[in-house]
Design a binder for this molecule. Structure first.
Ligand SMILES: Cc1cc2nc3c(=O)[nH]c(=O)nc-3n(C[C@H](O)[C@H](O)[C@H](O)COP(=O)(O)OP(=O)(O)OC[C@H]3O[C@@H](n4cnc5c(N)ncnc54)[C@H](O)[C@@H]3O)c2cc1C
Ligand SMILES: NC(=O)c1ccc[n+]([C@@H]2O[C@H](COP(=O)([O-])OP(=O)(O)OC[C@H]3O[C@@H](n4cnc5c(N)ncnc54)[C@H](OP(=O)(O)O)[C@@H]3O)[C@@H](O)[C@H]2O)c1
Length: 466
C-alpha cells in the first residue's frame, strides 16, 4: 500500500449523476475535490451494462420524471431529446455535462473506496483500491454519494418456491438474465420497477415473444399516474429545485398550515389521476390504500393498456409458495415458473463502520437529509427519495454544501440540529406511510424551500461570526 496522502479538500464517493454534479459545483467554487468511482464510466445507475457491479439499468429503462424537471440548472437538456428519454440519452447528457464543465480530471475511475475511518482529529482516512493497487488518503471532508438503489430487498413469503427468483435490479430484458419465453411469471410490487417490468413482460407476452402469462402481485394498492396528463408531463407543477421559491409560494408556506396545503394537493392530485387514468379498481388493481401525497409516485404510461388488453393479470399479495405454484390472498393458486421481486432496496454504506453510522430498516436520521449532527464534515448527497427528480436535488445540495465548505455558511448548533431533526422526523411520519420504501421520502418543493431558508440563515450566522 502507498503512503497516506493528506488533503484539506473533499473526497466524494461515487460518480453517479449525484457525484458528478457535486464535483462540478465544488470545482466551480474552487474547492479541491477527488471523486472516486469504482466503475470505468460515470452516470451510475443510468449506465446500461455498467462495469461497477451495482448497475441496475434495464434495457428499456426511460426516466419517469420529465426532462425539464431532471435537467441541471445551467445545462438544459437539448430540444431534440425526448420528454422522457431513455437511459442512454441520460448517460450521454451527463457525459456531455462532465466534458463541458471539465469534471473528468477530478474523477478517479476504476477506484473503489473500500473503507473509511474517522481519525482522532476528525478527518477521514479513505482506503482505496484502484488500477495502481491499494492506497490510503486522508481528507478533511467526506461526501457520500454511493446511491441507494443497488442493495436489493427481496420479498419473503411463507413456503418454498422451486422456480427462478430474481430482483428487478438484475432484470435486463425478457430473455436476460432469465429466459422468460414460454414461462409463467409473477411480478411482485406496486412501485415503478413493478410497473415497468410487468408492462415489458406483458407486451412480450402479447407479441408471443416472451412469457405466456404475467401476473402483477400487489401488496398495496396505489395511485398510478400516467407520464403525461393530457398535454402536460405528470410533474408539470413541481418547481425546479434550483429555482428559488417565488412570492406566492413563500406566502402560501408562511400563512397556510402544511396540513391544509397537503389536503388540497391530495384532493387535486387524486381528482386529476382519477379523471385521466380512472380508478385502479376499474382495471382490476387493488384500491389505493393511502392518500396520494402519502406515497412516492408510481408512474406508468402503459399499465392501463396492458391490463385492459389482458396482457397482465392483476393479483393480490402472495400468501404461500407451494413448490411450482403460488397461492394469492384471494385464495387463487397459479402455476408459476419465475418471480421478479420489485420489492425495493436497502440503504447501505459498506465502507463505513456501522458504529459510525448505518441505516437499519432503511432508517437514517439526517438533518436536512445531509448531516448526522455528530459529524460536521460528513455529508450524504441525494440520500432522498424525491417526488421530483433526484438530479436537481443533488445540485441544490451541492450548492448548499459548497457555501458551507468555503465558510460562507455556518451550521447551527448541535442542539438546534437535533431539535430540528426530531421535528422533521415527525413531519415525515405525519405525511408519508410507514414503510421501508418511504424512510427518506421528500416533497421537493417543501424540501428545497426549507434548504434555501436554512442557507440564508446560515450565511447570516457565518457573517456574524466572521
Ligand atoms: C430503475 C430506476 C429508475 C429510476 N428512474 C428515476 C427517474 O426517472 N428520475 C429520478 O429522478 N430518479 C430515478 N431513479 C432514482 C435514481 O437513484 C437517481 O435517478 C439517480 O440515478 C441516483 O444517482 P446517484 O448518483 O445518487 O446514485 P447511483 O446512480 O447509484 O451512483 C452511485 C455511484 O457510486 C459508485 N459507488 C458506489 N460505491 C462505491 C465505492 N465504494 N467506491 C467507489 N464508487 C462507488 C457506483 O459505482 C455508482 O456509479 C431511478 C432509480 C431506479 C432504480
Ligand atoms: N422508470 C423509472 O423512472 C423507474 C423505474 C423503476 C424504479 N424507479 C425508481 O426507483 C426507486 C425504487 O423503486 P422500486 O419500484 O424498485 O421499489 P419501491 O418503490 O421501494 O417499491 C417496492 C414495492 O414492493 C412492495 N413490497 C416490498 N416488500 C414486499 C413484500 N414483502 N411483499 C410484497 N410486496 C412487497 C412494496 O409494497 P408496499 O407499498 O406494500 O410496501 C412496493 O410496492 C423509486 O425511486 C422509483 O421511482 C424509477
Amino acid at each position: 500500500m502507498k503512503n497516506s496522502i493528506r488533503s484539506e479538500g473533499v473526497a466524494i464517493i461515487g460518480a453517479g449523476t449525484s457525484g458528478v454534479v457535486c464535483t462540478k459545483v465544488f470545482r466551480q467554487q474552487g474547492i479541491a475535490v477527488d471523486c472516486f468511482e469504482k466503475g470505468s464510466g460515470l452516470g451510475g445507475l443510468w449506465r446500461f451494462e455498467n462495469d461497477n457491479e451495482v448497475g441496475g439499468c434495464y434495457r428499456s429503462l426511460h426516466i419517469n420524471t420529465s426532462k425539464r424537471v431532471m435537467e441541471l440548472s445551467d445545462y438544459p437538456m437539448p430540444e431534440h431529446m425526448a420528454e422522457f428519454p431513455s437511459h442512454s440519452e441520460i448517460v450521454r447528457y451527463f457525459d456531455d455535462y462532465a466534458d463541458h464543465f471539465d469534471v473528468r480530471p477530478h474523477i478517479r475511475f476504476n477506484t473503489e473506496v473500500l473503507q473509511v475511518e474517522r481519525c482522532a482529529d476528525g478527518s477521514w482516512d479513505i482506503h482505496l483500491r484502484g488500477p495502481a493497487g491499494e492506497e490510503k488518503r486522508n481528507y478533511r471532508w467526506l461526501v457520500v454519494a454511493n446511491g441507494h438503489h443497488w442493495d436489493v430487498r427481496m420479498a419473503k413469503f411463507p413456503g418454498q418456491f422451486d422456480g427462478a427468483q430474481l430482483h428487478a435490479h438484475h432484470y435486463v430484458d425478457s430473455t436476460s438474465p432469465y429466459d422468460f419465453r414460454g414461462k409463467r411469471v409473477v411480478v411482485v410490487g406496486s412501485g415503478n420497477s413493478a410497473m415497468d417490468i410487468a408492462c415489458e413482460l406483458g407486451q412480450a407476452a402479447r407479441a408471443s415473444s416472451g412469457p405466456v402469462k404475467v401476473f402483477l402481485s400487489q401488496r398495496s394498492g396505489v395511485w398510478i399516474t400516467p407520464k403525461v396528463l393530457g398535454n402536460m408531463p405528470q410533474d408539470k407543477f413541481i418547481r425546479h429545485p434550483m429555482k428559488r421559491p417565488g412570492g406566492w409560494e413563500r406566502f402560501r408556506r408562511r400563512w397556510i398550515p402544511r396540513a391544509w396545503r397537503l389536503s388540497l394537493s391530495n384532493v387535486l392530485s387524486e381528482y386529476i389521476v382519477r379523471s385521466v387514468a380512472g380508478d385502479p379498481r376499474r382495471v382490476g388493481l387493488k384500491p389505493p390504500k393511502d392518500r396520494f401525497v402519502a406515497r412516492h409516485g408510481t408512474v406508468s404510461q402503459d399499465i392501463h393498456a396492458r391490463l385492459i388488453h389482458g396482457d397482465i393479470t392483476p393479483k393480490g399479495n402472495i400468501v404461500e409458495m407451494m413448490g411450482d405454484r403460488v397461492r394469492f390472498e384471494d385464495g387463487s393458486i397459479e402455476a408459476v415458473d419465475a418471480i421478479v421481486h420489485c420489492s425495493g432496496y436497502r440503504i447501505s454504506f459498506p465502507f463505513l463502520d456501522t458504529k459510525l453510522i448505518s441505516a437499519p430498516g432503511n432508517n437514517i436520521a439526517l438533518w436536512r437529509r445531509i448531516f448526522d449532527p455528530r459529524y460536521r464534515n460528513l455529508m450524504f448527497l441525494a440520500l432522498v427519495q424525491p417526488k421530483c427528480s433526484m438530479m436537481p436535488i443533488a445540485e441544490l445540495q451541492s450548492h448548499y454544501l459548497a457555501q458551507y465548505i468555503t465558510g460562507r455558511y455556518q451550521l447551527p448548533s448541535v442542539a438546534r440540529m437535533e431539535a430540528e431533526l426530531k421535528a422533521d422526523q415527525e413531519t415525515l411520519k405525519a405525511q408519508f406511510i410507514a414503510s421501508e420504501s418511504h424512510t427518506i421520502q421528500i416533497d421537493c418543493d417543501e424540501y428545497s424551500y426549507h434548504l434555501y431558508e436554512e442557507l440564508d440563515r446560515g450565511m447570516v450566522r457565518a457573517k456574524a461570526a466572521a
